[in-house]
Design a protein around this ligand. Sequence first.
Ligand code: S3P
Length: 425
Amino acid sequence: MNVRWEVVPGGPLRGSLRVPGDKSISHRALLLNGLASGSAVIRNLLRSEDVDATAGALRAMGVEIEEQGDTFVVRPPVRLKEPEQPIDCGNSGTSMRLLSGVIAAEPMFAVLTGDASLRRRPMARVLDPLRQMGAEVGGRGGGRLAPLAIRGGQLRSMDFSLNIASAQVKSALLLAGRRVGVSVEEPEQSRNHTELMLARMGASLEVHGRRVVLGATEKLEPLNVDVPGDISAAAFFLVAGCIVPGSEICLRGVGVNPTRTGILDILRAMGADIEIVPVDSAGAEPQADLIVRSSSLKGIAIGGTLALRALDELPVAAVAAAFAEGDTVISDAAELRAKESDRVARTVAGLRTLGIDAEERPDGMVIRGGRPCGPGLVDANGDHRIAMAFSVAALACEGGVWVDGAESVASSYPGFRDHLEGLRA
Ligand code: S3P
């Protein structure tokens, strides 16, 4: 079912907001506690379709997940049970890849499937190393695509060197190798939430540069998690605050793990007025209040580690670039093409619809800043982050913008539109 949003430009955005819990941390808080030796309480868990997919899979394997007021209690079974039915991961790549790792280490057979977008996404990057560890895995397209069939069991300990930096792949391999020990090196450091959580749950885990070494771990202590606000969700309001004249927005309790803060560095380098006020996070992942005021932006070059640290935020960073003076060049971001949609193609097409001169590159894009005007119709193609990025662009365009495929925002941020309208009131 296609949902079309009409977003009309309007006055300044003002007020304060708590964005929902971090999606990456929410998946991991459920999954890792589902493997622990006792029950744990999760506060501020993201409630969205993607996280529901992970919760549903864990329930199918015998984990009890119960909502109690504003928290979730996770009660793992003594041993995960074999799911009776195929597990539907919906649109969620994180669910599918991390669950592949979990299942590979269990004496069970499971099938993982997902929606049309997820069934097109590359899975060989997870399946090949799982095969090397000794799991029996199959999939469509010669074992590269979902649905995936996994028969897990006793695996071999291995040392991996990945040729793509990917937190999903790294996490899947750590989860698969948890009982026998495993080490994973990446070309650049991707988000490290799995490592931080495993260490806090008592696993013997060492980080040497870009290599993570996990020792054989029989028991994981349960970990109560207070999930910080999602910087990937906050990014939409950071850009909106910059480009809509007269705005001032305070985003409270946002996670600022340095592997995730590329968007702050990008916007500040473009000239954005963003204040970062650290708040106490009781020894867990760092959090801060972020205050953004409208700013005049200039184009910059975004590549290397900076592109990786802002991977999911690059479409909305490109929207900021459309309102900036001068050119912005995004490179080293070929992985953007393997997300929920080809985000290079979708972002460039959307910007052009709004009258902006933008061009695709194999590993990124070039955006020549100017005056995005509209009106226009942008097709998000079922990709939540494209839908939200162009809703933000619409706020500062002269004409209105229609966004097709807006139902997709439910995968990461069901309340996005209400939060946006709330800041305009
Ligand atoms: C995620 C990792 C990233 C990111 C995705 C969530 C995670 O993907 O794009 O939205 O939670 O591990 P890769 O690091 O696998 O590219």
